[in-house]
Design a protein around this ligand. Sequence first.
Ligand code: CP3
Length: 342
Amino acid sequence: MSNKTILRALAGEVLPTPPIWMMRQAGRYLPEYRATRAQAGDFLALCYNSDLAAEVTLQPIRRYGFDAAILFADILLLPQAMGADLWFETGEGPRLSTITTMAGVKGLKPKEDIHDTLAPIYETVRILARELPRETTLIGFAGAPWTVATYMIAGRGSKDQGAAHALKAADRATFQALIDAITAATIEYLSMQVLAGAEVVKLFDSWAGSLKGQDFIDFALTPAKQIIHALKARHPDLPVIAFPREAGQGYVGFAKATGADCVALDNSVSPEWAAEHVQISGCVQGNLAPEHMVTGGAALVRETRRVVDAFKGGAHIFNLGHGITPDADPHNVSRMIEAVRG
Ligand code: CP3
């Protein structure tokens, strides 16, 4: 049996204390992250600088002793490797060249040609595999095809993913071709992360919640299933975490339908409901509201204990329901960890 608690939880083991990590654990709330980002120049330069990306991945492990480290990178590096232009507007977020036609999809690089751009990411993984403490699990990741497509179609983030929904309605063939191209590239990208030393991979479908009914099945569930099945064919023991954020009822049965070993839960579902309806079929991860990392106090401790207690009957990895925000207080992270570990 592995001495890594994250791997044990992913194998379905019920542990006396859940292992912990935090989405965006290397991020702007940490002064040491801000200093390293300044040294790199900007966010994208940091992602492609293997030594500094490994350094910021390690910072929250040193400070807090999390049970997992997540590779420092971004879901939008894959579209960039496929040929999209990508830049970050300070204070606003990502910008990409847009793809809305079949010619645009056909003009993307084939999946074999993404690795030149992504080579520094694989190198970051190799450094981390060497340098992480023996008990810390290394998680690789990619965006899920729908979420990545929403950025490639609109050229930026949006609250309602309107441009992607519009293309899906107006030109289904182009939309499907884009989803398929991202799916194929994601399999190659994640497979290379595994070969470089990632022990677990996570699929971030941040905008899964705006897919309803058959669309949820076609564009959240089906691509996740294709990616997970292809990865497990190549790497049979690889655990996979799926995060169809704000899926609501869609969380029920998602792990079984896709082959995921764990479903990550956002904080719009209650932990008591999720224990009854989702955790009964396997490991779950989540789901403290990230706001508590800003507000702290007695509510932070109470809600942390509530999440731990709700999930204590099954396999559970403690995490937030979404990424920690830049205005979070680093001391609140320590308080959360104390409340989990007791
Ligand atoms: O979790 C981690 O710490 C691993 C690294 C990671 C980042 N982004 C670093 C990052 C991961 C897993 C992501 C995933 C990601 N990126 C998602 C899916 C998860 C989610 O949060 O919903 C999405 C949608 C993106 C795209 C993206 N990257 C956006 C919309 C933004 C701007 C918003 C923001 O928070 O500034 C980013 C930038 C980004 N990615 C930052 C970090 C640490 C902040 C950049 C900075 O340092 O200025």
